[in-house]
Design a protein around this ligand. Structure first.
Ligand code: FA5
Length: 349
């Protein structure tokens, strides 16, 4: 028996002895792989005469073809065996109950955002945006809070480790008021803009969270003043809460970027662990407002001798808390499914 005949017989023997798909793969590699037996055999060609090469080549090609066919046949048999084994050991229980399906719900903040945006848009306000990572200049200086102004301490925030430029260092904005200056720099008065976005402060308790959302409104015109602001805020809040005689409390306050300034409260009480607005003797502060300080108008390239501005900034979570009875602000950000089911809304409501 020649070496090639012996090789052929060994291949067939190894193939026939395979009992599963992984062993047939191993045999295939051992014969046809890059470092397999065929490659090894082909090396002997280099010492042969052309005639010997032709005869040897013909023989080896013949063997390769037969071995391949046997491999294919054996693989097919093993695949069928494998399938047979699976079919007899695994089964599908068609009576098994389906997994519970939990549909998505609209977050109360998204709902509040949509509703208050709709009210403001109906007054001709357009949306303006600003970055959450804001410059020190826009967040403070442009809003009449120069370096070392004591009001900066009230807005303690998170500063970025990014080198400072001409606008100072970068920080997580503490309010949406920088968008006032951005809107004034981009558009000529008269203007009516609103913005909604996330803001950040070093706060944490039932009514304060380190991240929360604000809605900011700005109107700049030649004849707007404090009376318009008061009427306007009452009107949009009555529409938002859908109560014509909603009780609001205006308290005098101080913001470096408005003069005069007020804070706005809405009355509420807690009934059965839920916040109920419009009744009771408690007051929840929802935001600040005022007549835009002339320095801020100038930083926005607006002629302060000709134009006046009115502005307000409300906490979006506080509006949602009052309207939808959410007791604790921290729940908004804890991603608890039970909370979502209690306070979420159907998409089709
Ligand atoms: C401001 O942020 C001013 N920029 C608002 C403003 C705009 C005044 C335009 C004048 C003109 P204040 O710090 O009071 O103001 O925040 C506004 C509202 O955000 C608060 O009334 C409250 O509703 C909400 N708020 C403040 N801090 C938190 C907090 N840590 N968590 C949740 N809501 C908060």
């Amino acid at each position: 028996m020649s070496d090639l005949d012996r090789f052929f017989a060994t291949c067939l023997f190894e193939i026939d002895n395979c009992s599963d798909l992984s062993s047939i793969d191993a045999v295939r590699m051992a014969i046809f792989g890059k470092n397999g037996k065929i490659t090894e055999i082909m090396k002997s060609l280099k010492n042969m005469t052309p005639r010997e090469k032709r005869e040897f080549g013909e023989k080896i090609n013949n063997i390769k073809e037969k071995v391949r066919a046997r491999l294919q046949e054996k693989t097919r048999t093993l695949e069928l065996d494998d399938m047979e084994k699976k079919l007899s050991s695994e089964f599908v229980d068609v009576f098994m109950p389906a997994r519970p399906y939990s549909p998505g719900l609209v977050h109360p903040l998204s709902k509040t955002e949509e509703e208050i945006s709709g009210v403001l848009a109906s007054y001709g306000f357009r949306f303006a945006d600003g970055p959450e990572i804001e410059s020190e200049y826009m967040n403070f200086t442009a809003l009449n809070m120069p370096d070392h102004h004591p009001a900066r301490t009230m807005h303690d925030t998170f500063y970025m480790k990014i080198p400072a430029d001409k606008d100072g260092c970068k920080l997580l904005r503490t309010h949406t008021s920088p968008v006032q200056v951005r809107a004034m720099l981009q558009h000529k008065p008269p203007l009516r803009f609103f913005s909604i976005g996330r803001v950040f402060r070093n706060d944490y308790d039932a009514t304060h969270t380190p991240m929360f959302s604000q809605i900011e409104g700005l109107m700049v015109d030649i004849d707007v003043g404090f009376a318009h602001l008061k009427w306007f805020m009452s009107d949009i809040l009555k529409q938002f809460f859908a109560i014509p005689n909603l009780a609001l409390r205006f308290r005098t306050s101080f913001f470096p970027f408005t003069e005069p300034s007020v804070e706005v409260d809405i009355n509420y009480e807690i009934k059965n662990g839920k916040v109920v607005f419009g009744t009771g003797d408690k007051w929840m502060e929802i935001g600040g407002a005022g007549v835009v300080h002339p320095t801020v108008l100038e930083h926005g390239n607006v002629d302060a001798a000709k134009y006046q501005g009115i502005a307000f900034g409300f906490g979006l979570e506080r509006l949602a808390t009052l309207k939808y009875g959410v007791p604790d602000l921290r729940g908004y950000f804890e991603s608890d499914d039970r909370w979502r089911k209690s306070f979420g809304f159907s998409f089709f409501a």
